[in-house]
Each structure stands twice: as C-alpha cells, then as structure tokens.
Design a protein around this ligand. Structure first.
Ligand code: SME
Length: 160
C-alpha cells in the first residue's frame, strides 16, 4: 500500500511543520533503509513547503556527499568547513543564511538559490549528515524553520 502524507496548504508554516512531524515519524517508522527514508523526507518537505531545493549531504570519508534530494542537480561533494553545509558540519550547529551572497564561502550549486538553512544531524555526538534547504527568495528561513527542522533532525538521528 502506498504511504501518504496530508498537508493543509492553508496553514502557517509553523502549523504545517507541527502537522508534518508526526506523519514523518509514522512514514519512516515502517522502513529500515536510510536512503528510502531520507528520500521520502525530502519529498514531503518539497511538497509541503515548495522549497527550491531540499536534501541531504552525508558524511563519507571526510567529505559531505550528495544524498537524497528534491530540486535541481546539485554539487556532489563538499569539504569540511566549506560552504554553508561544511560549516554546519564543522561547527555542528544550524546555520540560517538570509542572503547567500553575504555568506563567505557559500557554494552556489544554483545561481537561483538566494537564502538557505542547513541543519546538522548527529549520531552518538558526531555529525553524520546535514539537511540543506534552499529558497529562490531572500530571507525565507527563520527561528521557526530552525526549531522544527532541528526536531526533524532528531527524528532522523533516531532512525539512522
Ligand atoms: N549552498 C550549499 C551547497 C549545497 S547546495 O545549496 C544544494 C553550501 O554552501 O554549502
């Protein structure tokens, strides 16, 4: 049977996150494969919020390597401390970037990307991947996105 997730597009983003988190927990609970679960998480976030790009970079051999995502073709590898993703990995903290051109070292996979949020996902105290969300508009991410995506990060940590 196909899994489905209900999204009320009339809700505020905070309410959408609140509605989606339990559904994402349910959706991923029945599957043990990490890539399958990350792929569905990216699909749900894209569908619910219409993000320009949303996906995962996984730590592999001291690099971030592109994982499941939704959106345009993206850079495949990012070094430790490089770009927004590499800094979120190095510093193990969420980074909200209102204007990517103002972030030193930002990696422009697409020139259409204008603002961004990157949330690390930790396992046993170490960053194992990052969730990267890009918008084609400036100033699209704030403390509400950071808080809810960090709750999502905890959910992903639990099943990864
Ligand atoms: N902008 C990111 C690179 C990844 S793409 O946005 C998908 C960065 O600076 O790390």
């Amino acid at each position: 049977m196909a899994e489905s997730v209900q999204v009320d597009h009339t809700l505020s983003k905070e309410k959408k996150y609140e509605q989606l988190l339990p559904q994402l927990a349910g959706l991923t609970a029945g599957e043990s494969d990490l890539v399958a679960n990350l792929a569905n998480v990216a699909a749900v976030l894209k569908e619910a919020f219409g993000f320009f790009w949303v996906g995962f970079y996984l730590v592999k051999d001291q690099e971030l390597v592109l994982g499941p995502f939704q959106g345009p073709v993206a850079c495949t590898r990012i070094g430790f401390g490089k770009g927004v993703c590499g800094v979120a990995w190095k510093e193990a903290r969420t980074i909200v970037v209102p204007d990517v051109e103002a972030f030193p070292g930002h990696i422009a996979c697409s020139s259409l990307s204008k603002s961004e949020i990157v949330v690390p996902i930790l396992k046993n105290g170490e960053v194992v991947m990052v969730l990267d969300v890009d918008s084609d508009k400036l100033n699209q991410f704030d403390a509400i996105d950071a808080w809810w995506l960090e709750r999502l990060s905890e959910l992903i940590s639990a099943f990864s």
